[in-house]
Design a binder for this molecule. Structure first.
Ligand SMILES: Cc1cc2nc3c(=O)[nH]c(=O)nc-3n(C[C@H](O)[C@H](O)[C@H](O)COP(=O)(O)OP(=O)(O)OC[C@H]3O[C@@H](n4cnc5c(N)ncnc54)[C@H](O)[C@@H]3O)c2cc1C
Length: 564
């Protein structure tokens, strides 16, 4: 089975330490128990017990220290990071978040030539430290060009003044990688700030949560050359490249949350009897569960395949720059769909304070919005659309990347230049030879979209119309999503029934997005005609549907329940 089940942890790792990290983390949460987990969530207590576990077991030292920087068992290994993020999300987004912002805080450090700060970070990880990424500011949102964290020359160094907002772990981080600019110039800078310094003022936690999402202020904070991580163009690239690494993990938080919520929801619904029948005998409830399951398996297949491209990336192969933002925007919004479907089936039960579901329903909403909103990420990926559809290139095959290796390239990605020149392998090859009716139907829809782009591409006014681009971007994203799912289906031995059922929702989603593009005020007659042809009905096969329900979805009832 492709879904995580903590009772039967079997994911393969090339080394025993990786398996130990996963099992120890599961063990920590199962020993803590569901009652305490939820009590802490609703009481919003700081998760000191989790951080003590991390320290005692050197969990972040192993997971977050690249090879050669310190810990002998440390490496930046996306194969194991996937499941680690999934496990943390499975038990609670707050635990995932303290790790995730540490990942972000470490990005500019591991990318820096400042060896002394890298050594300090490695030692802090050994000591159980966590990290923070100080990019966002209260008034500037996604517009990081406008930073008001200003460094003014003073003696041999500078004095930093300014506030940062929404900075996770800013209360206790070993180091805060802080983004700013040198006064009177456009010279950006990343420097390491220490929350223990008297000129670092912690203002408040800006959210009501177990997580500490800080506002802090630097008042005449002394910055020396030894505190500088990056300057100028490098600082800008370090910010973007760090987010490239980090945003991938948001998809796994969604997958973990949805998996736990699915076990709870189906176990409840299968055992609830109304009007002498089980709730799961209602046709709409069953449909919701089949859909939720298919969407969740698709999320996982896509995110796993995206990891292969991330691990295989090089200056000559930057396809991950399309797949990563898609894990961020597509997988996380699919996560919202999964929770919506499940909540409709369990109704009042989803509000109860002794169910994980209540926290899942709240936390799943955050992931599409953090580290760049869905809009920002779609605006990013539409740049790839012409080259994706019209100038494919040949690449050597990328097999599954589960080797125990350090993902060196992620820390030397280079500048974010030449995005529109990145080429992709021909998506149509993934569809060729798959004879399943819904896969073929989806391929027809994708072809019509390609025809739309070739015959009546967005004009100059439409290119400036963000709403129009977002509608088209959703369709593009769905084609990429389908391609990587199809590439990964044989690797994970996804049965034909399930794959066709996955494409049942993909055909429906494509029809929905086609209608949205059709409805744009600026869509032309020709574009609307293509959109109309893209609206297709999925091929329903009752026997296939029944098999998916009986063989794959119904058995999830009772398959996992967290220890109380
Ligand atoms: C719980 C939490 C934790 C966080 N942790 C951290 C952290 O540790 N470190 C850190 O640095 N930041 C952190 N953030 C900040 C977070 O990354 C930003 O909130 C996020 O990037 C979006 O910024 P914004 O919410 O201010 O939206 P805004 O940037 O104000 O956007 C407003 C609207 O404009 C749209 N928009 C903006 N730019 C574009 C564009 N180019 N194209 C299309 N649409 C656009 C957006 O989609 C949105 O609808 C955190 C935020 C929260 C809530």
């Amino acid at each position: 089975m492709i879904l995580l089940n903590p009772r039967q942890h079997r994911r393969p790792y090339a080394d025993a330490r990786s398996t130990d990290v996963m099992r120890a983390t599961i063990g920590f949460f199962e020993a803590k128990g569901k009652d305490k987990l939820l009590a802490d969530y609703y009481d919003r207590g700081w998760y000191a017990d989790f951080l003590e576990f991390v320290q005692a077991n050197r969990i972040f030292a192993t997971m977050c220290t690249p090879a050669g920087e310190g810990a002998a068992d440390g490496r930046w290994d996306t194969w194991r990071i996937c499941e680690f993020a999934e496990i943390l999300g499975f038990y609670g987004l707050q635990y995932w978040y303290t790790w995730q912002v540490s990942v972000l805080g470490l990005g500019p450090i591991w990318m820096s030539t400042n060896a002394a700060l890298r050594r300090r970070a490695a030692q802090a990880l050994e000591d159980g430290g966590i990290f923070a990424f100080g990019l966002s500011e209260k008034t500037h949102g996604a517009d990081i060009y406008s930073t008001d964290m200003v460094l003014t020359p003073a003696g041999d160094g500078w004095r930093a003044n300014g506030r940062k907002y929404y900075i996770g772990n800013g209360n206790v981080a070993a180091l805060v990688s802080t983004f700013g600019r040198i006064d009177g110039s456009d010279d950006y800078v990343f420097f390491a700030a220490d929350p223990r310094h008297p000129s670092y003022h912690l203002i408040k936690n800006v959210v009501a949560s177990q997580s500490y999402v800080s506002e802090f202020e630097l008042r005449d904070y002394p910055v020396t050359a030894g505190d500088i991580l990056h300057r100028g163009r490098d600082a800008w690239d370090a910010a973007l490249n760090t987010v490239n690494i980090g945003k991938y993990n948001l998809g796994w938080a969604s997958i973990g949350i949805c998996t736990h919520a699915l076990y709870e929801a189906i176990t409840h619904a299968s055992n609830r009897v109304l009007y002498t029948m089980h709730v799961t005998d209602f046709s709409h409830v069953r449909q919701n569960f089949v859909d939720a399951y298919c969407r969740l398996v698709a999320m996982k297949l896509f995110a796993l395949r995206a990891a292969d491209y991330m691990r295989a990336a090089s200056p000559a192969d930057r396809r991950y720059l399309l797949y990563n933002p898609m894990v961020k925007m597509k997988v996380t919004t699919q996560g919202e769909d999964v929770i919506n479907l499940l909540w409709d089936t369990i109704a009042a039960k989803g509000f109860e304070k002794d169910m994980y579901f209540g926290q899942a329903a709240i936390d799943i909403r955050g992931l599409p919005k953090l580290e760049g909103t869905v809009h920002v990420n779609i605006a990013l990926i539409v740049k790839f659309m012409p080259s994706f559809f019209f100038t494919p290139a040949e690449y050597p095959p990328v097999p599954q990347q589960r080797q125990a290796a350090n993902d060196d390239f992620l820390f030397r990605q280079g500048g974010a230049k030449g995005l529109s020149q990145i080429q992709f392998h021909d998506y149509r090859k993934a569809f060729a030879g798959v004879k399943l009716p819904n896969v073929q139907r989806f391929a027809e829809q994708a072809e019509i979209f390609r025809e739309l782009l070739a015959s009546d591409p967005p004009g100059p006014a439409q290119m400036k119309d963000v709403a129009f681009l977002l509608a088209g971007g959703e369709i593009f994203a769905l084609v990429v999503y389908a391609q990587l799912i199809l590439e990964n289906a044989p690797v994970y031995e996804v049965p034909d029934d399930l794959l066709d059922q996955i494409f049942d929702f993909m055909v429906r989603d494509m029809s929905k997005f086609a209608l949205q593009l059709f409805s744009q005020p600026s869509s032309t007659e020709k574009q609307m005609a293509c959109c109309r042809r893209m609206i297709r009905k999925a091929v329903h096969d009752p026997a296939r549907y029944d098999r998916v329900w009986k063989e794959q979805v119904a058995p999830l009832s009772g398959a996992y329940e967290m220890r109380r």
